[in-house]
Design a protein around this ligand. Structure first.
Ligand code: MYA
Ligand code: UBL
Length: 262
């Protein structure tokens, strides 16, 4: 008897889920974000054996990128890329882009150049299969609580960029920023570019506000623009020039962000 009541309650709850999904924006938001994380976890499980054939290698980012590119379609997100001609064709550079949410991964995978690895917080390494896939892809991990260590990892990255022809993608805001604008930029990416004497390529992803908002728990289909801005050279610049370079890049990106998001 108890089993029957339990089963009936479960069946009723399952029947109500689609109704709840239809009626409640918040519930829909959590389902969609939960699926996003879960699906990335599944994709990581697929990526691991494929990437393991090469071992830890930046070429594996092609596999990760290939596996991730359909995800935008699952969510009805359309992405238009503008200014792709600005990517310097055959040389290392540092990409800097704004960071609104974990959805930025979709934009990143849309335009990620060959042999380009993101710099990520160390915590990602502990996310099970996702961490393993990131490690196999050659993603560079930094410990944000240890400035000195983070800076030495970045200095090593400057060498790797030149010796192994690698490009690096940094979110200079240093954290996700749902505010609808851009946080002040940390200078690590710009020190990196100056140390390696390679250009900075700014990329701006337009605001998600009209289809995605964490605060309002809203997540619908929508579109965004990914704008690649003209690269800024750093040849001849030294550490003293980093603050001005940082501010110049941020101003250009903020202007583009506001224009794209208007
Ligand atoms: C299929 C499976 C798929 C899986 C998904 C795969 C994709 C995953 C994608 C994941 C994407 C995940 C995305 C993510 O996880 S985003 C989060 C992690 N990323 C970042 O934090 C990057 C941006 N941060 C920085 O650049 C910071 O500056 C760092 C981290 C370097 C230090 O930050 P911290 O807060 O500790 O210190 P500070 O910024 O106050 O700096 C202190 C001083 O040091 C100076 N300084 C800085 N750097 C250098 C340098 N190199 N050489 C010499 N000096 C340097 C600096 O100018 C300042 O001096 P001053 O100017 O005040 O005098
Ligand atoms: C054994 C442990 C198992 C844990 C399993 C966890 C499963 C999680 C599965 C998938 C997670 C997908 C994560 C996608 C990566 C998101 C990248 C991202 O956007 O990171 C945030 C970082 O930029 C800034 O971090 P904060 O805003 O400072 O925070």
């Amino acid at each position: 008897m108890e089993v029957t009541v339990g089963t009936a309650a479960l069946a009723l709850a399952l029947l109500l889920l689609p109704v709840l999904y239809e009626r409640s924006g918040s519930f829909r938001f959590f389902c969609k974000m939960g699926f996003y994380n879960g699906w990335i976890l599944v994709l990581a499980l697929v990526a691991i054996p494929l990437c393991a054939l090469r071992g830890r290698d930046v070429e594996n980012m092609k596999i990760i990128r290939g596996l991730m590119q359909h995800v935008k379609h699952l969510y009805g997100i359309r992405m238009a890329v503008r200014g792709a001609q600005h990517f310097p064709p055959r040389q290392p550079y540092v990409v800097v882009s704004n960071h609104q949410s974990s959805l930025d991964l979709l934009g990143m995978m849309e335009v990620l150049p060959d042999r380009c690895v993101p710099i990520a917080k160390r915590e990602l390494l502990y996310m099970g299969a996702v961490g393993v896939a990131c490690w196999l892809g050659g993603i560079i991990f930094i410990d944000r609580k240890r400035t000195h260590d983070a800076i030495s990892v970045m200095a090593e990255a400057a060498h790797t960029m030149l010796s192994q022809d690698v490009r690096v993608w940094v979110f200079p805001e240093g954290t996700r920023n749902h505010s609808g604008s851009m946080l002040p930029f940390k200078r690590g990416a710009f020190h990196l570019a100056v140390q390696a004497q390679v250009p900075v390529v700014p990329i701006v992803i337009s605001s998600y506000q009209h289809f995605y908002s964490k605060q309002e728990r809203r997540f619908t289909a929508g579109q965004c623009v990914i704008q690649v801005l003209p690269p800024l050279p750093t040849r001849g610049l030294g550490p003293a020039d980093v603050p001005a370079l940082t501010e110049r890049v941020r101003a250009a990106m903020l202007e583009a962000f506001e224009a794209l998001s208007a």
